[in-house]
Design a binder for this molecule. Structure first.
Ligand code: PLP
Length: 406
């Protein structure tokens, strides 16, 4: 008899954004005349920039000619892109990373969900609470979570590192030592960051305890403050303890075309095995390479024109972020984030639960945000707004917030 993977049955509820989508669709169907402003899901809205589009077009034309047509891409990525990434994101920042330590993929969601496969099931993972849900759910699916306690919203075998107002939404070094530590800075959902000196403490801790840090840098392009690191490899010793995940989604607007990469330094050895080799094997077996045309578009991001254009994208969203941050502060909300990240994290008014505030905002103010509790138990009583809308809608949404009378 067929047995299914019973670990899936341990996942509580449905995926956060499908629940939100259903609520918003039901409201919009019942109230077709209302203008609902969506500041919920972290998806970009600006089009791909001219240099990226030009490169895409050029690559499409190459596919139409037998002389330049490309079939399967190399499993680990085309050399031209791995080299451009290495120069643009690492060498330029003084990080000691080489081209062949970069694995090109179709995005950071897949990589952040799949990376756990190269680790044994008896490893203990630590996650920030609140957290980007993929880290937890992918480990639960694999059978690494233990039992779920619906009272606390926590799994017995996961170490939750609380990120609250008291600690500036940055986790403290866990006293119970984890094997695998997921960190994401700038953070989704809180928009918080840590300085290079603070990140160095995590690197030292991981090296001392032989843990591995999985560092999600999906939002590094949004960093505006000088002491916030863009890569964990800016820290000394990170080559022996850290894997880094990157995405082209938020810096260059690739959410719909899909491109990302993972870095595993060859010096990262655990249990006598180089993790680089394991991931190369996994990638080669289960993945057939990001499309040529998309990798060409990705390479255009690293040209001087591409860099200037994507800075324009980030600036556009960050203007929204500071508009929301300052507007909500003026309106009396308790808010954070929004300085080095496109997310604003706000405390719900009057101690409302995150979902009560979601329902109130949707039904009475016609704004969609994301309930903080969807990101973990410590997100309860908080709410996430994104800066990825249009400027006009962002301004209108902030005006509506200013008129809230609770
Ligand atoms: C922290 C974090 N990592 C990864 C991703 C996924 O990125 P991608 O679009 O490259 O799959 C997201 C998307 O929202 C994210 O917030």
């Amino acid at each position: 008899m067929v047995k299914v993977n019973s670990n899936y049955g341990k996942l509580p509820g449905s995926y956060l954004f499908s629940t939100i989508g259903k609520k918003v669709n039901a409201y919009q169907a019942a109230n077709p005349d209302k203008k609902v402003i969506r500041l919920g899901i972290g998806d970009v809205t600006r089009p791909l920039t001219p240099t990226i589009i030009g490169s895409l077009h050029g690559a499409v034309d190459e596919m139409a000619d037998a002389a330049t047509f490309k079939g399967y891409a190399p499993d680990l990525g085309y050399d031209f892109l791995r080299h451009a990434i290495c120069e643009g994101d690492y060498k330029s920042r003084g990080c000691d990373i080489s081209d062949d330590e970069i694995f090109v993929s179709d995005g950071a969601k897949c990589d952040s969900g799949n990376i756990q496969e190269i680790f044994g099931l008896d490893n203990r993972i630590a996650v920030c609470d609140p957290v980007y849900p993929v880290y937890v759910d992918s480990n639960i699916m694999a059978g690494r979570g233990g039992t779920y306690n619906p009272e606390t919203g926590m799994f017995s075998d996961i170490i939750y590192m609380k990120c609250l107002e008291e600690n500036g939404f940055a986790p403290e070094l866990p006293t119970e030592v984890p094997d695998i530590i997921y960190l994401c800075f700038p953070n989704n959902p809180t928009g918080a960051t840590i300085t290079k000196a603070e990140l160095q403490k995590w690197v030292d801790y991981a090296n001392e305890h032989e843990s591995v840090i999985i560092y999600d840098a999906a939002y590094e392009a949004y960093i505006s403050e000088a002491d916030v690191p863009h890569s964990i490899y800016e820290c000394e010793g990170a080559r022996t303890c850290a894997i880094e995940l990157h995405s082209f989604s938020k810096n260059a607007g690739f959410t719909g075309v899909r491109l990302g990469y993972t870095v595993i330094p060859k010096d990262l050895v655990r249990d006598g095995v180089a993790l680089h080799g394991l991931w190369a094997r996994r990638h080669g077996t289960k993945y057939n390479g990001a499309p040529y045309i998309i990798q060409k578009a990705g390479a255009a991001v690293y040209t001087p024109e591409g860099q200037a254009e994507i800075k324009g994208l980030v600036d556009y969203y960050m203007r929204n972020a500071s508009y929301i941050l300052n507007g909500l502060k003026d309106a009396g909300f308790s808010v954070s984030g929004g300085v080095n990240a496109p997310y604003i994290w706000l405390k719900t008014p009057d101690k409302m639960t995150s979902w009560d505030f979601f329902d109130y905002l949707l039904n009475e103010v016609n704004i969609v945000g994301t309930p903080g509790s969807g990101f973990g138990p410590s997100g309860e009583g908080y709410f996430r707004l994104t800066a990825f809308g249009s400027y006009e809608n962002t301004v209108e949404a902030v005006d509506r917030f200013k008129n809230i009378k609770l």
